[in-house]
Write a protein that binds this ligand. Structure first.
Ligand SMILES: [Zn+2]
Ligand SMILES: [Zn+2]
Length: 507
């Protein structure tokens, strides 16, 4: 079934591409039953729905929602009945499910505490203490303020204080102190200033936080109960919202020793769906042109005009836009951060900030080289000097396809979810992208109930992130990720495939 991530509503049936053309209501609504007929992906389907399912005054949208839901439910029920145990070590999955079900109420309580006490990037002090204390109480070895003594060369604040690390290792007695593989899991914690004047969990990171905790605890339980060798490391990762917290942790060797890393992120989308598409890589570039001031009428020939360099590079980039692929983006602004400029002086200092975006790291690097040439050319033409500072890029998600396929299988067969790869990169960026180029990694998105126009980064999404339904979806995804992570630790052949796929793609 085709799933796209563009839909903003919980119920929208995005398996149906041309609803009005393809859906025919064969009987009047309000009758005992109605037959609905539609096609998708070339498959012709007819469904007989009882009047319970038929809305009394249906809009096309409502009607499609009902049909989609019934079809998905029917398929899922069929799939579960037939294939429930068609997964890697179903007895381990049972352990995982029992553990997460048992922990559920406490995890929801943790999430709601973080949801109510929302904290901005780099200030996740309550979440840091609450989550790391919880993990310590669950038998994990906890490092608070992880890597807080490592300064950043380029970013502010210089020190990041709110990361934490929780680790657990199980080694079967007969193995002794042998080397084991390590699964990494990430819990995000930061909130956003949305709506203006309020700090809320408008990106649902309270759910990500407990999703990570659930995976770490379930994998611990599975390793112990089934006596399998392995380590699990849960990282509390601050400042995802524009702070590049994971990039900073990577630079500080914070992911050292981790063999594969997983996390999950809530969003809007079809009910009970997960998606493993990529995101966009993004990089900020700041350029400062420096010339020489002069009277603009008396001796303009003595001046070197920084504004001309700005205009020339802006024009050059505008022309460049026509020659680049439609999935690349370049957008920038002039920085008027000083006093208003007088018109009778040749401007000597001006700066611009640009963002470039691309579907892959390689595309980003190619685009950056072309944009930088526009600045250099303008500097040569005007005689200015150009100080070009390329900030560290946030890379696209290099989703490990072996992990993605296995996760989708577990989520579908065992957790009753629909799973799909997106056709295009989602129009968002995440610092987990950099993690996915450093080690094999998976970052599935999953749907929580949202209202129309209430997707991520809205006040409505902050409310959605506090609902019981959103927590239920989070824990379901955590179960699938737990079995996936367990297999990484337990199955040498599977891990080799994961690693080979990473080697082939992380360039
Ligand atoms: Zn966000
Ligand atoms: Zn987010």
């Amino acid at each position: 079934m085709h799933i796209s991530t563009q839909w903003q509503n919980w119920w929208l049936p995005n398996c149906i591409k041309k609803p009005r053309a393809d859906l025919h209501k064969r009987a009047g609504v309000g009758h005992e039953s109605c037959t609905y007929h539609f096609t998708h992906d070339g498959v012709d389907e007819r469904w007989l729905l009882s009047h319970d399912h038929a809305p009394s005054a249906p809009s096309t949208e409502k009607l499609l929602n009902v049909v989609h839901q019934v079809v998905v439910n029917a398929r899922v029920v069929k799939a579960i009945a037939a294939n429930r145990n068609d997964i890697y070590r179903p007895e381990v999955m049972q352990t995982i499910e029992d553990e997460i079900d048992m922990l559920g109420p406490r995890l929801v309580d943790l999430s709601m505490q973080i949801h109510e006490k929302a904290e901005l990037k780099f200030h996740e002090n309550f979440a840091h203490d609450t989550l790391s204390d919880f993990m310590a109480a669950q038998g994990f070895k906890v490092t608070k303020n992880y890597k807080s003594d490592v300064p950043s060369a380029t970013e502010t604040p210089k020190f990041m204080k709110t990361a934490w690390r929780a680790a657990f290792t199980h080694i079967p007695k007969q193995l002794g102190a042998s080397a084991v593989r390590t699964l990494g899991v990430n819990s995000e914690m930061d909130a956003l200033p949305i709506p203006k004047g309020q700090v809320t969990h408008a990106c649902g990171h309270n759910l990500i936080a407990i999703g990570g905790v659930a995976v770490a605890l379930a994998v611990k339980k599975a390793l112990q109960q089934h006596d399998v060798a392995g380590s699990v490391v849960l990282l509390g990762t601050p400042a995802e919202e524009g702070g590049h917290g994971k990039v900073r942790l990577l630079d500080a060797d914070g992911y050292k020793g981790i063999d594969a890393c997983v996390m999950c992120h809530p969003g809007s989308g079809p009910q009970h769906s997960v998606v493993t598409g990529s995101s966009l890589a993004i990089q900020a570039i700041r350029v400062e042109f420096t010339g020489k001031p002069a009277h603009a009428a008396l001796q303009p020939w003595e001046g070197v005009n920084a504004q001309d360099a700005v205009m020339l590079s802006y024009s050059a980039i505008s022309m460049l836009r026509q020659q680049i692929r439609p999935d690349l983006r370049v957008h920038g602004v002039v920085q008027y951060d000083k006093e208003p400029l007088p018109a009778n002086v040749i401007p000597a200092d001006m700066a611009m900030v640009w963002n470039i975006r691309a579907p892959t790291k390689a595309d980003l690097e190619g685009l950056r080289a072309r944009v930088v040439k526009c600045f250099e050319g303008a500097a040569i033409a005007t005689g200015c000097t150009a100080n070009i500072v390329c900030k560290p890029p946030v890379l696209n998600l290099n989703q490990n396809s072996v992990l993605a396929k296995e996760f989708a299988h577990i989520a579908t067969v065992r957790c009753g979810m629909t799973a799909a790869e997106a056709d295009e990169n989602g129009a968002f960026s995440t610092d987990f992208g950099n993690v996915s180029y450093a080690l094999p990694a998976l970052h599935p998105g999953y749907a929580v109930p949202t209202v129309p126009n209430g997707g991520n980064h809205t006040a409505e999404f902050a409310a959605a992130a506090g609902t019981p339904e959103a927590h239920a979806e989070t824990l379901k995804v955590a179960k699938a990720l737990s079995l996936l992570g367990f297999r990484v630790l337990d199955d040498d052949g599977f891990f080799k495939d994961v690693k080979d796929q990473f080697t082939a793609t992380a360039k």
